[in-house]
Design a protein around this ligand. Structure first.
Ligand code: 5RP
Length: 229
């Protein structure tokens, strides 16, 4: 199975978790994009009723609207039944690194509150230790970026300011902030580091999602593997 087929397969499988009258957290990224499209098709064809999506980014909001998923914001709902999102790394304990798409803050807000947080990945995302391949993104208040980058050296991390591809200068998040990508030499305790990074003044949120994923669906060449806590 190639990577795109693996993403499509887990996105289809995720539909089995959605029932009528559910509020669904809509993650960000290419894998979740397949899920949003498939969800919209079921809603448009009348196979699912009274399902609402809570987007985690402008990307997921625009795609949900285009695909026929009715959109509501977090402050309009009492609860989120299921949140569905991709990840950049998944360790054997279901700790995650997220935020390649820069939407980590709203993703964590929504996914933390979901009854079930379902993660969709292909097998290239599985790692033994977080930080093995990917940096940890931090959303930061713009004027603080340099001071925070320097402070991260204390953690043995090398931080770079994420630059935009189709605009001059840095990436600006949906919340109007910058992103620092911090490459750690080793992450021994993801929960501890997640909490510690958020104590640095100017850090809005970081991309370690420790202890919040409930189920991970992994698209592999041998089919879909399910990891659960
Ligand atoms: C966006 C994210 C994405 O979920 C993560 O980067 C995975 O994306 P993709 O499914 O495109 O590989 O955290 O902020």
């Amino acid at each position: 199975m190639n990577i795109e087929d693996a993403k499509k397969a887990v996105a289809k499988e995720a539909l089995k978790f959605i029932e009528d009258e559910m509020v669904v957290g809509l993650g960000t990224g290419s894998t979740t994009a397949y899920f949003i499209r498939y969800l919209g098709k079921l809603i448009m064809e009348g196979d699912l009723e009274d399902v609402y999506g809570v987007p985690t980014s402008y990307q997921s909001r625009l795609l949900a609207i285009e695909s026929g998923v009715p959109v509501v914001s977090l402050d309009e709902v009492d609860a989120i039944d299921v949140a569905v999102d991709g990840a950049d790394e998944v360790d054997p304990h279901l700790n995650l690194i997220k935020g390649r798409g820069g939407a980590l803050t709203m993703e964590k807000i929504v996914e933390y509150r979901a009854g079930t947080f379902l993660v969709l990945v292909d097998e290239t995302k599985l790692v033994e230790n977080l930080g093995q391949k990917m940096p940890v993104p931090l959303e930061v208040i713009p004027p603080a970026w340099k001071a925070i980058a320097e402070e991260l050296e204390v953690f043995n991390a090398e931080a770079t300011l994420r630059m935009a591809a189709n605009k001059e200068g840095p990436v600006i998040t949906d919340n109007g902030n910058f992103i620092l990508d911090a490459k750690f030499s080793r992450i021994d305790d993801p929960l501890d580091l997640e909490i510690e990074l958020n104590t640095i003044p100017g850090v809005v949120e970081n991309g370690i999602f420790a202890d919040i994923a409930d189920i991970v669906l992994v698209g592999t060449s041998g089919g879909i593997k399910r990891m659960e806590r």
